[in-house]
Design a protein around this ligand. Structure first.
Ligand SMILES: *[C@@H]1O[C@H](CO)[C@@H](O)[C@H](O)[C@H]1NC(C)=O
Length: 275
């Protein structure tokens, strides 16, 4: 568009200067090139992305606050038949459970790390006193141990935990292989199926056991192969702040670059002007 607008003047100039070819400057005022448009667009685009991430950050902070509040409510006791469609509403609610572990169907899900130690999580179906079974993530054991070395308590246990949903898997998460005892992500439907499924009255419901003890206690448990649960905290990933910083920094740098290139172009053009 610009070149169209400018042409008449260039033509005029061509005619004016036709007597002296050496002073003719056809590139006059042509700093708006596709490259410059692109260079000018990058800071605006990254500024937009930064602002979008800022909004996501706000949303995430609110969500975490909301869940933290939920976590403060007194523990619920789960009904015999849990309505699965209501679970999302109750995520991060504390629950109280009583029952016996079905150790034969324990699962090791990982890898996972805790305080720099590599290991995995032990998930065991809990046969509740009302007969219905759910899955309990009992916590972390070190990678030096396997399921056989985890003490198999057959007495009745009482557990306080947090209601959770299936883990989100990303592109890099491998497939689970239940037949080989390999679980890379907590896929509740598959885990409930592995534990006996609906026929055995197993519901795809996950509770993460809460461990409130101090670190010395945790270390002692890990040494004995007793799974260590997690603190009652909302552990949602919140990386939005680092994205905000990255995009805004990029926007600033590309803006500076654009201005510098623009300035240089003008200077060069100035120099090339006929004296
Ligand atoms: C489960 O809860 C939803 C939402 O409250 C309700 O619409 C549905 O009827 C319930 N299902 C059962 C089987 O109770």
């Amino acid at each position: 568009m610009f070149s169209l607008l400018r042409r008449p003047r260039a033509l005029r100039q061509l005619r004016l200067n036709s007597s002296d070819a050496s002073t003719y400057s056809p590139r006059r005022e042509r700093w708006i090139t596709p490259t410059m448009v692109l260079l000018g667009f990058v800071p605006i685009f990254t500024l937009g992305l930064g602002t979008w991430q800022l909004q996501r950050l706000q949303w995430k902070v609110n969500l975490i606050d909301e869940l933290e509040e939920k976590l403060q409510l007194p523990p619920l006791s789960l009904p015999k038949r849990i309505n699965l469609s209501v679970i999302p509403e109750f995520v991060f609610r504390k629950v109280f459970l009583r029952g016996r572990y079905d150790h034969a169907h324990s699962m090791l899900a990982g890898p996972s790390t805790r305080e720099g130690v590599h290991g995995a999580h032990v998930l065991t179906p809990l046969i509740r006193e009302d007969g219905s079974t759910i899955i309990v993530d009992r916590g972390f054991i070190s990678k030096d141990l396997d399921l056989q070395s985890v003490p198999q308590d057959t007495s009745e246990v009482e557990i306080t935990g947090m209601l959770r949903t299936s883990q989100e898997r990303n592109t890099f998460t491998p497939d689970n292989h239940p037949e080989r005892g390999e679980w890379y992500w907590k896929d509740l439907d598959a885990m409930a199926e592995y534990a006996g499924g609906a026929n055995a009255n197993v519901q795809p419901v996950l509770v993460e056991e809460i461990f409130e003890g101090h670190e010395g206690e945790a270390t002692a448990r890990i040494a004995k192969g007793i799974p260590v649960g997690r603190p009652a905290r909302v552990d949602l990933r919140n990386a939005h702040l680092s994205y905000v910083i990255t995009w805004y920094t990029l926007s600033l740098f590309t803006a500076v670059m654009f201005v510098r290139v623009l300035f240089n172009k003008k200077k060069i053009r100035g120099r090339a002007m006929p004296r």
